[in-house]
Every structure is written in structure tokens, then in C-alpha cells.
Design a protein around this ligand. Structure first.
Ligand SMILES: Nc1ncnc2c1ncn2[C@@H]1O[C@H](COP(=O)(O)OP(=O)(O)OP(=O)(O)O)[C@@H](O)[C@H]1O
Length: 281
């Protein structure tokens, strides 16, 4: 199911002295089953946009076609429960929402909430506990006896277990060590490849280069670019003008003044291949 935003505006506290435009005439279309990244500086509107994907915020004007539904300022709450089964948002530090006595019960909570029987939900919980890389024995523990990284996995397993078609993630790897972060990003990449849409808010251009099919760039509530990572990172001047970084491999290549790279490398592999070519010249 494709996603389309049509002239979406969102205003915080309209008519009050605190009135603030969060989104400004946003229009775009996303193909289904892609890995999308959402980038932009602090305050550019990423979280505001994200919350429109499952109507935690509804457009002040304009409309959104998502998961076979159309959301506008009048959408009612019954429609929204159905939407939230298909579109899930994982906010930063989701482990702060864990509350059940055991890890398995916590993971099963999501599927139960969306209509699975007790048994089905527990079966899914056992399956996803392993898929997120935890030992089955962990299932019987209290979530509060786990490390921070393990708690994060449990919280994410609770969302993946009911298999939302569209998974929205707000900096899900924040605060994890590099190894744990890589494993978590791989989990999301696998989830997308298994036939789901993943939408990731990130400040990290390496994540954009490594995982994204498509990038949306926000600035002051406006969409200023929709592109592939290759297109975005092939224009260093545009990035500079918009105070955005190049991925590490591209930055490194730009420092090698006497080397010629056909395209700015996006990954370590591309950087190494480019350097090898130059050494053979
Ligand atoms: N509840 C609110 N009430 C009023 N204004 C808000 C509210 N939440 C966000 N804003 C404003 O809306 C704009 C967009 O904020 P938003 O949180 O969506 O940005 P962001 O790109 O997610 O930032 P960050 O990277 O810091 O999370 C900002 O100017 C912000 O101050």
C-alpha cells in the first residue's frame, strides 16, 4: 500500500499565542515495502510528520492516504484503531513503556491488543523473542532485570510481533553501543525486506547511505527534497547549503584530493573499491 501526503499542514495550538506551524504544505508519495529515512535538523518537523503516519496527530488541513485509508482533520477514532494495527510508531527509548511481570507477557501485549488470542500472542512472543536475538530463557525474566539493550529489543519485539505493514522508528538505536546498534539496524532492514515499509527518523547519514531506498529532507516544516541516497549525496554543495553531512565514506573520499571517484562513495566497500581503482591508474 503506497503512502501519499497531499498538501498536509499541521498547526500546533492554533489561535493561541503559542500557535506554531509544524508542517507546511507537505506533499509526497512513497512506494510500498521500501526503507525510507526522514532527515532534517532539530525542529524541522520530523517527529510531527512521523506522528501523522498513524494519526497520533491529524492534519490541520490536507489529507493522507495510508494503509488503504484516508486521514484528514475529521477522521474518527474508530477508523484510527484499525489504522494503528497497520502502522506502528516506535518512539525513542521504547523500553520506558515496558510494564508486564515477564518479558513474554510484555511482548504478547501488542498482539493481544490487536485481536490475537492469548495463546497466539504468547506463541508470537516466543517467536519474536528469538528473532530479536534474545535467549528463550530471557522470556521468563522480569523486563526490569535486563540490560538497557535487551530491554530495547523486548520493546521492539512487542511491536514486530503483530507485524505492522508500516513500521515508523524515531532514532531507535539512540544510546546503544555500535555493535548493538548495527544488529538493531539489521533487524529493521530484514523486516523491510520481508515485505514491510520501514520509515526511520535519523540524524545519521551513514544509516541513510547504508539502508535507505528513499530520503525525505525536512526544513522548517517543509519538505525540501525527496531523493535516493545516491542522488542526495551526489550534490555536496546542496548538502553544504542545507547544513547536512555527507556519509563518512564520502567525507573521506573528498579529502583524497588527487583521487578521482566517479560517484561519491556511499559505503566503506565503495570507498575501498574507488581507492583501489585510483591506485591502479
Ligand atoms: N507540542 C508542541 N507545541 C508547540 N510546538 C511544537 C510542539 N511540538 C513541536 N513543536 C514545534 O514544531 C516544530 C517541529 O518540531 P518537531 O519536534 O517535529 O521537530 P523534529 O525535527 O522532530 O526535531 P528533533 O530532531 O529535535 O526531534 C518545532 O518548531 C517545534 O518547536
Amino acid at each position: 500500500m503506497a503512502i501519499e501526503f497531499k498538501h498536509v499542514n499541521y498547526i500546533y495550538s492554533p489561535g493561541s499565542p503559542l500557535e506554531k506551524k509544524g508542517l507546511d504544505d507537505i506533499s509526497f508519495k512513497l512506494e510500498e515495502n521500501k526503507f525510507i529515512t526522514l532527515v532534517g535538523h532539530t525542529g524541522s518537523g520530523k517527529s510531527t510528520l512521523m506522528q501523522h503516519f498513524n494519526a497520533l496527530l491529524k492534519p490541520t488541513s490536507g489529507e493522507i492516504d495510508i494503509a488503504g485509508m484516508t486521514i484528514d482533520s475529521h477522521s474518527n477514532n474508530r477508523q484510527l484503531k484499525e489504522l494503528r494495527r497497520h502502522v506502528s510508531i516506535v518512539f525513542q527509548f521504547p523500553e520506558s513503556q515496558l510494564f508486564e511481570n515477564t518479558v513474554l507477557d510484555d511482548i504478547a501485549f501488542g498482539p493481544k491488543n490487536f485481536g490475537y488470542s492469548e495463546k497466539e500472542a504468547l506463541d508470537l512472543a516466543e517467536e519474536w523473542l528469538i528473532k530479536v536475538g534474545l535467549d528463550p530463557e530471557v522470556g521468563k525474566k522480569s523486563p526490569f532485570d535486563l540490560s538497557g539493550g535487551q530491554m530495547r529489543r523486548v520493546a521492539i519485539a512487542g511491536v514486530l510481533a503483530y507485524q505492522p505493514d508500516i513500521l515508523c522508528l524515531d532514532e531507535p538505536a539512540a544510546g546503544l553501543d555500535p555493535n548493538a546498534k548495527k544488529q538493531m539496524m539489521q533487524l529493521f532492514s530484514d523486516y523491510q525486506k520481508a515485505g514491510h515499509t520501514v520509515i526511520l527518523v535519523t540524524h545519521n547519514m551513514n544509516d541513510v547511505a547504508d539502508y535507505a531506498d528513499d530520503v525525505l529532507v525536512l526544513e522548517q516544516g517543509k519538505l525540501v527534497k525527496q531523493a535516493t541516497p545516491r542522488e542526495l549525496f551526489s550534490d555536496p554543495q546542496w548538502l553544504k547549503d542545507h547544513y547536512l553531512d555527507m556519509p563518512t565514506a564520502g567525507q573521506f573520499a573528498m579529502q583524497l584530493k588527487n583521487y578521482k571517484f566517479g560517484e561519491n562513495p556511499l559505503s566503506l566497500d565503495e570507498l575501498v573499491a574507488g581507492i583501489r581503482k585510483n591506485l591502479k591508474r
